[in-house]
Design a protein around this ligand. Sequence first.
Ligand code: COA
Length: 250
Amino acid sequence: MTDHIIIEQPAAHPGVQSIRFNRPEKKNAITRAMYGAMTDALKAANADPDIRATALLGTEGCFSAGNDMNDFLAAAMGGGVIQEILDFLYALVKAEKPVVSGVDGLAIGIGTTMHLHCDLTIASDRSQFRTPFVDLALVPEAASSLVAPHLMGHQRAFSLLAAGEAFSAAEARDAGLIWKVVEPAEVDALTLATAARLAAKPPEALRIARDLIRGDRDEIIARIDEEARHFSARLKSAEARAAFEAFMRR
Ligand code: COA
């Protein structure tokens, strides 16, 4: 259990489950417990006929600063595997109902790559998408090395995932990473309203349409696992540990 993730079924948006990051004091950095809560919520949505869409939200000015650095450092000192990240990614990729995400502000690391598995993403014009994997001596995760080049072409995927370049909301939209750019005050309402519109559609037709559009999930899961093998090995490297410790010392 964690208070850092808020799960709700807002009465104003029938059929919608919202999953909201609630750790603004740490820029919504995601801990093992937070991944666990999100995984449970996504699995519960699959099994609950009253939930027909999920909305994934952050807090004002920050979607998420990515994985918690303390957990990275602990994994670097230990076995190198954070199973809760993998379980969350599997649950997101295998989600049986549409997922709409809303971003206002920072979206870093997995805070960016999770949108590759969402169906629609709405971001405020002040949002920034960034994956400093290589700068942290890590490698891309969440099957981003498979999905991003397919979406946006090699050069833009390389600049995002390997060069660690920041994408503005407009650049992310033009690259196909997100759907719409709006004013900050509109993000939550439009994300929830969009999820509610999807929730009102014939569920079986929507499920089949979504499956056809999303393609082969097994290929995505296989790439998540392949990346995770490299990620775990890099996590334990001296250069990665130095990068995490440098962050802690700032
Ligand atoms: N893990 C753990 N704590 C984090 C965090 C993370 N990924 N990102 C931010 N925080 C914490 C900071 O340590 C700080 O905590 P403190 O107040 O107890 O010192 C708090 O959140 C606020 O962050 P701060 O760095 O002071 O805010 P900022 O506005 O100057 O910078 C970021 C925000 C997100 C740009 C910066 O914190 C950052 O670069 N974070 C790491 C992002 C990252 O590399 N994620 C992993 C991707 S693979």
